[in-house]
Design a protein. Structure first.
Length: 278
């Protein structure tokens, strides 16, 4: 199967009542592992990569790897730009064949956030690609950026923001935390208030550590997509770390890489199955 357009993927999720996981990749190994985990589970989702992680390659290379990784898939899988930091990154990913885009201008004042988000949306919509934007800011570490503040999404700003940006999906801050948080406090009543006034589906970043029961409850309030990065990266890194601890002369890269792919594959399968148990 080809990489699936983001609009079609969300329509499929709504039809069959799925929550779509979006798994962060960095390299070839993690990309193949994520695709394999989704296929093992027989459940849809996204492979995604952030602007920061594209420093190791470029959009064309990641898109080609992703296309090959899903070639034998019988379930829909999309390729998403996570936290696109500039219009140039957005354009490069669209041109490379990404099927879903996030522009992250949430660090800017409201008016500038709207302007940058709108510019990205107009470009993406010309190619029939959905755009995710973010309103509010999350605590924790997102790639190289550490944010100690916590600016939850204001429901009173949602409708106007969505209308002005022309976005198709909205990432919200309701107590979710970037990075590996063992006890995130998700404000379901706030999520419900946002859902009441938001005309587009909602996204939670920082999925690692959020209990499945909370995700199931969030699904009742417009959640269509949840992001996972730290869980999978931890599996990948631990594979090499444990091998080094066992033998400081370990140098068998290919066997360790194969083992790391299998560990990430199992974690991706576990997570997509968990959030869609109901």
């Amino acid at each position: 199967m080809k990489l699936v357009n983001g609009f079609d993927l969300m329509a499929y999720a709504k039809k069959y009542h799925y929550v779509l996981p979006a798994f962060n990749t960095t390299n070839l190994e993690m990309t193949y592992a994520i695709a394999a985990g989704l296929m093992d589970a027989g459940l849809p989702g996204y492979i995604q990569i952030s602007s920061n992680n594209l420093r190791l390659s470029n959009p064309r290379i990641i898109a080609e790897i992703a296309r090959d990784a899903v070639r034998s898939s019988e379930i829909p899988i999309g390729l998403h730009l996570d936290h696109g930091k500039s219009f140039e990154d957005v354009k490069a990913c669209v041109d490379a064949g990404f099927t879903s885009i996030m522009i992250d201008a949430s660090h800017l004042p409201f008016e500038e956030n709207v302007r940058e988000s709108r510019r990205a949306a107009e470009y993406c919509h010309f190619y029939n690609i959905p755009v995710e934007v973010e309103l509010g800011a999350l605590k924790g570490k997102e790639e190289d950026i550490v944010n100690e503040g916590d600016c939850k999404t204001d429901p009173d700003m949602v409708a106007d923001f969505v209308e002005q940006t022309g976005c198709d999906v909205l990432a919200v801050s309701v107590g979710n935390v970037h990075g590996l948080c063992l006890n995130p406090q998700i404000d379901i009543p706030l999520l419900a208030r946002i859902h009441e006034v938001c005309p587009v589906p909602l996204v939670l970043h920082g999925g690692s550590g959020i209990p499945k029961e909370v995700i199931w409850e969030a699904k009742k309030h417009g959640l269509i997509k949840i992001n996972y990065g730290s869980d999978l990266r931890k599996e990948f890194i631990h594979t090499f770390g444990e091998a080094y601890e066992a033998d400081h002369n370990e140098h068998d890269v290919i066997h360790l890489s194969v083992a790391a792919v299998e560990n990430v594959r199992q974690k991706a399968k576990e997570l997509v199955s968990m959030i869609n148990e109901r």
